[in-house]
Design a protein around this ligand. Structure first.
Ligand SMILES: [Zn+2]
Length: 88
């Protein structure tokens, strides 16, 4: 299965968080690596998607869409933070 990147789940995350999340920084709960969501390794699996850490391959996020409602499980993340937008 081909790995995608965090941009593949940008739309789903936008639905859930109401914000552009690909620029948010996530911290892996297993190895402590921090990376932009856009750089997560993403695998699309019906009915949702799984995002993994590029360093240790731990599952960081699980997204499941059921009847148009997207649920996100962030248990693999130690932290998830939005970077302040510049120039605003
Ligand atoms: Zn990791």
């Amino acid at each position: 299965m081909n790995a995608l990147d965090g941009n593949a789940i940008a739309g789903s995350l936008l639905d859930v968080f109401g914000a552009e999340m690909t620029t948010a920084t996530g911290v892996c709960g297993s190895c402590g690596t921090s990376a932009p969501v856009a750089e997560f390794e993403v695998y699309l699996r019906a009915p949702g998607a799984v995002a993994r850490c590029r360093s240790c391959r731990s599952v960081l996020m699980v997204l499941v869409t059921i009847r148009g409602l997207t649920c996100v499980d962030l248990r693999g993340l130690a932290a998830l933070g939005l970077a302040p937008t510049s120039g605003g």
